[in-house]
Design a protein around this ligand. Sequence first.
Ligand code: AN0
Ligand code: CP
Length: 317
Amino acid sequence: MKHFTSTKDIADLAALVASAREMKANPFAYEHLGKNKTMVLLFFNPSLRTRLSTEKAANTLGMKVISMNADSGWVIEFEEGAVMNAGSAEHIKEAAPVISQYGDIIGVRTFPTLKDRERDYQEQVIEAFKRYATVPVVSLESATRHPLQSLADVITIEEFKQKERPKVVLSWAPHVRALPQAVPNSFVEWMNIANVDLVVTHPEGYELADAYMGGAKLEYNQEKAFEGADFIYGKNWSSYREYGQILNQDPNWRITQHKLDHWTNQAKFMHCLPVRRNVVVDDAVLDGPNSIVIAQANNRTWAAMAVLREILVELNG
Ligand code: AN0
Ligand code: CP
């Protein structure tokens, strides 16, 4: 594996999940892989889980880690041919190769603008890092995808499933702020290559981009979608069609214990976190036996380890 920014970078999902689970059982078996290597993590946006779990994964694989809030450095320019007479102080053409001399692997977190759909969906920032860095680049959530989250989600479903091919439902839920489509886009992409029956449910206007939906089934009626579900994955996202807009905040879409009890097959509740209690999902769900969000967040470490292990094996030749 050279870079890791989407499902396209992996050869074998089952093998990657097996690798993550093996290291979860025996965390320090591959400490030698990262000896004398450094991982640089750049955060253009906030993070709790991604930052700490990726640092932990890199440390556990024997690497040194340098983390930087990318808002504390010079503002980087990404436009080709820009006349840099305004806010930005240096171009990605210098920044990325410079950072590549300090780190053997670069991790980047960058949210979308939610204003310029074309720019966001071209993945301007992460693609520029891939183009101008001379070392592997790992997405810590980009404008349209969150692959380390999705890999952790696959691992979690694998651990908790009680049948070979569980029914998994991705449900939109209300929120007070306009959030990216990265988590749902990515979740669908990864579920589409996993051994699950996926149904996506959301109000009209929240359709995800076709390129990410692939052949996934869409059901606008949340109750119908939830029927017989083994996993409910709650998440808010803003509209792709009316880009970045909040079209409604209908509280009827909130995930409740009543829905889990009466509409599903005693489904487990998943969410990438952070989650707004009693807006996206009720306390009763998060505090009850159906919630697996804490175990899910734990798997962020093992997902990152599986990815970094593959990259290190390649770097070590
Ligand atoms: C971000 C999002 O929805 O993409 C990060 C989730 C991992 N969430 C918020 O901004 C609350
Ligand atoms: N799930 C997730 O990526 O969380 P953070 O935003 O805290 O990294």
